[in-house]
Design a protein around this ligand. Structure first.
Ligand SMILES: [Zn+2]
Length: 437
């Protein structure tokens, strides 16, 4: 008895060690072999086609499965020969691109490493189908909706968009046992009530309002627990659980209702890390899920760990906060006030500068900035609009001891500012307004 216990422990230790090694191996293999070479937000439909040509040349099956509203091709990639059907789709919201690149890297690396044991196992057990960039028109314009102005992810019931019809048809014809719905969330989303950005959020999506739990949902919780565990060394403290409110017209909820329980992965951002880092995180998470399905290791995972992941939260974080600025209203220069000014960036492709908007003005003591400045030595005035919530975040900074006629017609020329923030960057006077310690 004792001996068999010991053997079991040895086996468990071996499996765990093997598992840990393979997770590190996933990171390493992505570092060495990923093929996507543009920031995901810069990837256009034409770039996707070039990536898919690369997959075809490796021998992967890539099929056109329909056209978007503007007649752009929508593709499905297939890999594997196994009985278990796994379906993924990305970028149904055009400005949510990270996972599209992760899928391309995944298929490339699986195909190139098909002689490795762990890949052979995936190939034998699974057939993976994925639609990268379901909404190519939205992706081209870098907007959420399709060209009809419809949110494809609210069109699972009405099926007014060609993109939604294609997605539903692919599921209905193939009846996959699990689905992965791949999105991006607001980059100021936080992990619980902390100022930590949620770089990745997960959700096991139920198929009804009562959250009836099937074995598929339980399995998905175990898989999310494993994905979170795999990402822990890289983004520990920066993972969260997406809001699980029932959305009767959304695809994740309806896939789950139709018999394909869905895991939602929402990529956020991590200050100081670029988009490619997040592609790598997606790659590790998705392949961890694939591996756990193929080798059955998901069955040994603890679904309770899913609930240890903190909830998504919002409202705690802004991109830039200027603390204790003296805010000047040019129309009433005598009424000055000392306040914090919070700015947020708008979502743009990486190749373009992002305009900023003023989110809040006041005492922002419970709000954190990804970057914070001590503006207590400065009078601050809006460059194009007064400093008010919703207005442009273009700002001029004047040292407090300067005499300035705030009503001057061409203020910027007549009284050159000491520092100027434009498009979230210092156009002038970088380093003059000190970073807050
Ligand atoms: Zn989305």
């Amino acid at each position: 008895m004792k001996q068999s216990c010991f053997l079991l422990m040895l086996l468990a230790a071996f499996l765990m060690n093997n598992f840990a090694q393979t997770t590190a191996e996933l990171a390493e293999i992505w570092d060495k072999e990923h093929v996507t070479n543009k920031m995901p937000s810069n990837v256009r439909h034409s770039d996707l086609k070039a990536y898919l040509d690369g997959l075809r040349s490796l021998g992967l099956k890539v099929d056109e499965v329909g056209r978007s509203y503007a007649n752009r091709e929508i593709y499905q990639v297939e890999w594997g020969k196994g009985p278990r059907r796994v379906f993924l789709w990305s970028q149904m919201h055009g400005d949510e691109p990270t996972a599209t690149s992760a899928l391309i890297d995944m298929f490339t690396i699986l195909q190139k490493n098909h002689k490795k044991d762990w890949v052979k196992r995936l190939e034998k057990e699974l057939t993976i189908r994925a639609v990268p960039m379901l909404n190519p028109d939205g992706a081209e314009l870098y907007v959420r909706r399709n060209l009809q102005g419809i949110d494809v992810n609210r069109d699972a019931k009405n099926l007014e968009t060609p993109e939604a019809r294609i997605l539903k048809q692919l599921r209905d014809a193939w009846q996959p046992e699990i689905g992965f719905n791949l999105h991006n969330q607001n980059e100021l989303t936080t992990a619980g009530s902390t100022p930590q950005q949620a770089a990745i959020s997960f959700l096991v999506v139920y198929g009804d309002e009562a959250k009836t739990e099937s074995e598929g949902h339980l399995r998905n919780k175990r898989i999310v627990a494993l994905m979170a565990e795999a990402l822990q060394p890289y983004i520990g403290g920066h993972m969260a659980r997406y809001d699980d409110g029932w959305s009767p017209t959304a695809f994740g909820d309806n896939f789950s209702a139709w018999g394909t329980p869905v895991i939602l992965i929402e990529t956020g951002a991590l200050h100081g890390k670029d988009e490619m880092f997040l592609v790598k995180m997606n790659f590790i998470a998705i392949l961890t899920a694939m591996r756990s399905l193929a080798d059955g290791s998901e069955k040994a995972a603890d679904p309770a760990k899913y609930f240890n992941i903190p909830n998504n939260a919002s409202g705690l974080l802004q991109h830039i906060i200027f603390r204790n600025a003296t805010v000047i209203d040019r129309e009433n220069p005598l009424t000055q006030s000392v306040a914090d000014i919070g700015l947020v960036f708008q979502r743009r492709r990486a190749q373009f500068s992002s305009p900023t908007a003023i989110r809040q003005v006041g005492t922002l003591s419970s709000i954190y900035g990804l970057t914070e400045y001590d503006a207590s030595g400065f009078n601050v005035v809006g460059r194009v609009q007064p400093i008010k919530p919703g207005n442009s975040g273009e700002l001029l900074f004047y040292k407090k001891d300067r005499k300035v006629d705030w009503s001057a017609a061409d203020l910027e020329k007549q009284f050159e500012p000491d520092a100027m923030l434009s498009l979230g960057k210092w156009l002038k006077g970088e380093g003059i307004v000190p970073l807050k310690k």
